[in-house]
Design a protein around this ligand. Sequence first.
Ligand SMILES: Cc1cc2nc3c(=O)[nH]c(=O)nc-3n(C[C@H](O)[C@H](O)[C@H](O)COP(=O)(O)OP(=O)(O)OC[C@H]3O[C@@H](n4cnc5c(N)ncnc54)[C@H](O)[C@@H]3O)c2cc1C
Length: 416
Amino acid sequence: MPPSHITIIGAGIIGISTAAFLQRAGHKVTVIDRVAPGEGCSFGNAGGVAFAEVVPTIRPRVLLKIPGWLLDPLGPLTIRWSYLPKALPWFLAAGRNALPHRVRRITAGRAALGLRAVSDFDTLLHAAGATDLLVKKDSLRLYDTEAQYRAEEPERIVKREHGYDMTRLSPGEIAEIEPDLARDFACGAFHGGWYYVRNPRTVVTTIAEHLVRNGGEILQDEVVQVTQDGTRATALTLKAGGERKLDRLVICAGAYSNFFARQFGDKVLLEAERGYHLVIPDPGITLGRSLTYVASPMAMTPMDVGLRLAGTDEFAGLDAAPNWKRADVLWPFAKRCLPKLRAIDENASRWMGRRPGTPDGLPVIGPSRKVSNVWYGFGHSHMGLTWGPTTGRLLSEMLSGAKSNTDLSTFRVDRF
Ligand SMILES: Cc1cc2nc3c(=O)[nH]c(=O)nc-3n(C[C@H](O)[C@H](O)[C@H](O)COP(=O)(O)OP(=O)(O)OC[C@H]3O[C@@H](n4cnc5c(N)ncnc54)[C@H](O)[C@@H]3O)c2cc1C
């Protein structure tokens, strides 16, 4: 397939990675975003390149805990009740995805996206001269009790089947590796494949700058409409005024992607899974790797901006105001792990991001079923940083007519 001009809506980790791989394949690229690169959900995530996390977020053991969580507005997973009718179809679909045969299929999809996550990261960061942004040290998981550790054996078995071994560590070994951790954990374990980036926003801006140095175009404006002529998308209307003619178009608009998919007649279940972060710039502790703690679905990551605590899930739609208490509740869990951690003061910063969440936690990667020159790359839920570069490579292979070794049927847009 000859090189063409490809327009990408969205300058998050997915859009910028896609543009970078397309440019490497010889295409001319234009990325359009209403904000600067890396200012959307890709700005403030936990920074985990968690390629070994093949086990789906929603699975039978988690499903049982959800009703209890939903009742607590500051719990790990919450929904604003006024939003429930809107999100119900998504929740019902997510529940169906906990059936064993679906869990197996989703696990295989996750494993496929994780397989080359690190090498695809390396490709983009090496080209941009910034390999140091990815720190290849495995994350450490902490357990208060032996029973908690034993309860996760089913997940460890699945990970082992995919080649990711979670090495168990004794309290003495934990203290040896990370001296600032509390001394009373029952045990710990390496995740088996969970690296971290020094700053996820810088990852996006660094790749974006390299893209521009090589002739790529990045335009800051909002796309308000796509004009179609039959089954072709022909032009974009921009908020600041003016039109952009289209050759081929890729939608990487994160949690906002349904605005476009709906217009093109592709039915997708997509919800904003809102997560929070709290950054303590001068935390008073030193960490050599990121941590997870069994008592809370969050990660603690040592970044260039300080210690970032990030995670949890809130369903309230795209536009509801943030509930900053959800950021602050992360701190006590971190304090339990890191007793010398400084208190939240006026230097701490809080952030809320909208994960583009599908009910199976897998992205949509592939062509529109209805519009012949439109492709999708969105819906990466909790794993967009990890799977971003690989998504970019896969889309580039598709748009270049190259044969892919990955089974892409799992990511089709017509699976909902
Ligand atoms: C608290 C938290 C922690 C997380 N931790 C991790 C982690 O450790 N590891 C991991 O892999 N993932 C993590 N994630 C998930 C990850 O951040 C997301 O999956 C990822 O950032 C999604 O990237 P994206 O490019 O699809 O979306 P975005 O970064 O949101 O980019 C989409 C862009 O599209 C633009 N856009 C939308 N509509 C329009 C329009 N009409 N016109 C112009 N521009 C438009 C938006 O402005 C936005 O910049 C976390 C998320 C959160 C919230």
